[in-house]
Design a protein around this ligand. Structure first.
Ligand SMILES: Nc1ncnc2c1ncn2[C@@H]1O[C@H](COP(=O)(O)OP(=O)(O)O)[C@@H](O)[C@H]1O
Ligand SMILES: [Mg+2]
Length: 435
């Protein structure tokens, strides 16, 4: 993409209303724009990152055997009356009426809807187990939307729902999602700690939150220092023993930790850090299948209410969490896996025909090789171009200028480390097109 034809409203000023670094950088780098309290437009560069995060989430859900569908954002109040949650949910639910005075709402979550979809279609044990998921916008009228997309009112969530014949099956489905979550966050370069969570209004008996450790996190987390020793490779290839190890290790949110009278972790191993909740999984059993009358026939002719779980990931919140975990004084440092473009190509002298034809040629060859490239071909000062590339945080910068070209070289800069290297155009291209 040529920057001269792109829409990238980068700003130098630090926005006054942004308190945390990810929010500031998302505004400065032209990723998002607030259009109403807690509601954001995703600008082109931000949308590319959001799509990449969403795709990693999708791939890991698919790998775990979950099946994608798409449920609507608008739901009818009657659906929520069936489970009894319409009155229980409170003012976070955005309620409105259609032209026929029918009560409607903008979905804050989808347990009720998935339950009727499944209930009306599935009658036999042969169709279980199943896990279904969708990636859809949610609305929760948060009292205090803040920290940008971290706590928005409209936000993108992946929510999955599992259906099993019995508790044992539910435990297996829960563990499959647990593993998928570990892999999902690890692929994004995040260290996410699974924290045993109280089950709250969704009910049930087993629940974990996944927290990315960051100073600006909204929750305080207590955990066993041994959790820090779990390697990236272990998370990517997590098996039953990794799950057992992770769930046996102590990790609690502050409110839960306060209730613990005798702490199971020796004081010298107990760590406290702040965390951002990026995922939350629940095994709640028959709560909805019983209240909404869903039964399936068992192999011996009996009837049971399926045991269910629900599994959320804050897709839009993850973008904030990734930036909190990966930035420096000059801007965002995207992990390769979610970067909006892999390479930022800088033409240092757009007013110089030779430099421009060399840079154009490199751009063409990168495109041909399928390398996502953002090409700064604007007639601007070099300093301004460097600042823009640094703030938007693409993994590689390739700098083409008149002095280098005289010597037959270009400069390659790695954003994460700031290392710069002079090399021939051919070697630079070879480096960037290698997988
Ligand atoms: N207001 C919000 N803005 C952005 N992401 C959110 C918001 N509320 C929840 N999420 C994300 O969706 C995931 C699932 O939500 P859930 O656990 O049901 O919400 P809560 O933590 O508010 O009870 C959370 O782990 C979080 O990552
Ligand atoms: Mg939660």
């Amino acid at each position: 993409m040529r920057l001269s034809r792109y829409f990238l409203p980068v700003t130098k000023e630090t926005p006054a209303d942004a308190q945390i670094v990810s929010h500031k950088l998302m505004l400065r780098a032209g990723l998002i724009r607030q259009t109403a309290a807690g509601i954001y437009a995703w600008l082109p560069l931000g949308l590319r990152v959001l799509n990449r995060i969403e795709q990693i989430v999708r791939e890991e859900q698919d790998k775990a055997g979950a099946i994608e569908l798409l449920m609507p954002t608008v739901q009818s109040a009657d659906l929520w009356r069936e489970s009894g949650r319409y009155d229980a949910y409170g003012p976070e639910m955005l309620r409105f009426k259609d032209r026929h005075e029918r009560e409607m709402l903008y979905g804050p979550t989808n347990e009720e809807m998935i339950t009727i979809l499944f209930r009306d279609a599935v009658k036999s044990y042969r169709d279980l187990p199943r896990t279904l998921y969708h990636i859809q916008w949610k609305f929760r009228d948060e009292v205090r939307p803040r920290f940008g997309v971290m706590r928005g009112r409209e936000f993108l969530m992946k929510d999955a729902y599992s259906f099993d014949l019995d508790e044992e099956g539910l435990r297996r489905s829960y563990e499959a999602m647990f593993v998928a979550y570990l892999r999902t966050f690890a692929r994004m370069g995040l260290q996410a700690v699974p924290v045993r969570a109280p089950t709250g209004p969704i009910g049930g008996n087993l629940s974990h939150e996944f927290h990315v450790l960051a100073e600006t996190g909204e929750s305080a987390v207590y955990y066993d220092a041994a959790l820090e020793d779990v390697t990236h490779e272990e998370l990517l290839s997590a098996d039953a023993s990794t799950i057992a190890r992770l769930t046996d290790l102590y990790a609690m949110e502050a409110e839960e930790h306060e209730k613990v009278t005798e702490c199971p972790v020796p004081a010298d191993r107990l760590r406290t850090r702040r965390g951002i909740e990026v995922g939350h999984i629940f095994a709640f059993g028959t709560k909805y299948s019983a209240s909404m009358g869903m039964t399936v026939q068992t192999s011996d002719g009996g009837n049971v209410h399926p045991h269910m779980g629900s599994y959320g990931i804050g897709v839009s919140r993850l973008m904030g969490a990734i930036i909190e975990a990966s930035h420096d004084d000059n801007g965002i440092v995207w992990p390769e896996a979610v970067a909006p473009y892999r390479v930022g190509l800088i033409n240092m002298r757009a007013d110089d025909g030779n430099v421009t034809s060399a840079a154009d040629d490199i751009y063409g060859r990168l495109q041909q090789a399928g390398v996502d490239t953002l090409y700064d071909d604007r007639d601007e000062r070099g300093g301004a171009k460097f600042a823009t590339m640094d703030v938007i945080g693409l993994p590689w910068q390739l700098i083409v200028g008149p002095k280098g070209l005289e010597k037959g070289v270009v400069e390659l800069k790695r954003r994460a480390t700031g290392e710069r290297e002079e090399l021939s155009v051919e070697s630079a291209l070879a480096r960037l097109t290698a997988a």
